[in-house]
Design a protein around this ligand. Sequence first.
Ligand code: AMP
Ligand code: GLY
Length: 415
Amino acid sequence: MNVLVVGDGGRAHAVVKALKQNKQVHEIFALPGNGGIAADAECFPIEATDIDGIVEFAKTHEVDFAVVIPANALVMGCVDRLEELGIPCFGPRANAAIIEGSKVFSKTLMKKYGIPTASGEAFSNPDDAIAYLKNATYPIVVKADGLALGKGVVVAVTYEEAEKAVRDMMCEKVFGESGSKIIIEEHFIGVEVSVLTFTDGKTVVPMVSCMDHKRAFDGDEGLNTGGMGAVAPNPYFNKETERECMERIFLPTVRAMRAEGRSFKGCLYFGLMLTKYGPKVIEYNCRLGDPEAQVVLPLLKSDLLEIMTAVSNGTLSETPVNFSDEAACCVVLASNGYPQEYQTGFEITLPETAEDEEIYIAGAKRKIGRLYTSGGRVLGAVKTAKTLAEAVEGPNHIQHKINYNNANMARNMRL
Ligand code: AMP
Ligand code: GLY
């Protein structure tokens, strides 16, 4: 069986490595993949947003199954186009990927179906948004409607900050058309939990819960990034909360999408906050998280390809999905300067890893068999262990064995 994987970061590497464990997998084609993925799959330089290029590739290669990972490719209809060729896919069609592609859509959906979330209003005109801010309670949260590489959310402590966020998004267009509409919503205080789920549009199966760590430097300092690490399970998420989320959030969301004629198949990612009023949805993502996938997938005991196939053909309820009761921690090594300016091109030497260690490559190029840094987030060092405390210690140990100049990492995971 030949599998096409669309994506490039560390989570794509984690998916490729998990798929490879299935003995029926013959070839994995990664578009575009990266220098690390190239050790596990055949990479071709076709970007995830080049949907025509992906379709042409699929026509000329024998692809039996496709896994589309990045949100932008999903929102652009990559799955729709591959399914038109008769290729079964893991990933939602564009009409369901909108759950991440438009925060106005998802807020409207949650309101209509009574799914617990922050109360908020949508605006398509900056004057109306600013008038609303004048009578608001602070802090308040301003969110660009569309995809903004994880940067489209501003928690504004004062009116001035909120007004600036509105002007930046709607007038200065710092996120392009993604900010032509915005949501202004109530600010919650609480612990954040990420729950990635498999769903075929009817059945929803939560993966082990997790939590990412966004600040760039040690000690929870520095700018917010795409994610400098993650742990699983999330120590604040217990069985009772999971049951409550299943009843009040996960199943209602999947049913709501089906009722809207937007059946969601793939990984539906629930960004939750555990507030004093109960669990609330902070965001939906239409795909695996990065680096959340790097801690969740190593704990998956069942076969990923079998699950993904069941998601695609609607038989998830009959398919085993089991996770180990161990814990995992991923620490990202980034280029110094990330998430702002940084230099690349430094050679990386990787150590042998033990059975309970993994290194997933996120931003590296391969030249004549050698690896060189090529991105902001370079790699993720992952350790699985019996307890979270042991897992959290692990990546430091792996990192000492990894060598490249210009590395930065945030060692102290916020737990
Ligand atoms: P999002 O992209 O929607 O996940 O937002 C990014 C981050 O902003 C979240 O991980 C939270 O830390 C924060 N955030 C988003 N919405 C809220 C909210 N209503 N209250 C408090 N923090 C929020
Ligand atoms: N780590 C955050 C995300 O993947 O959305």
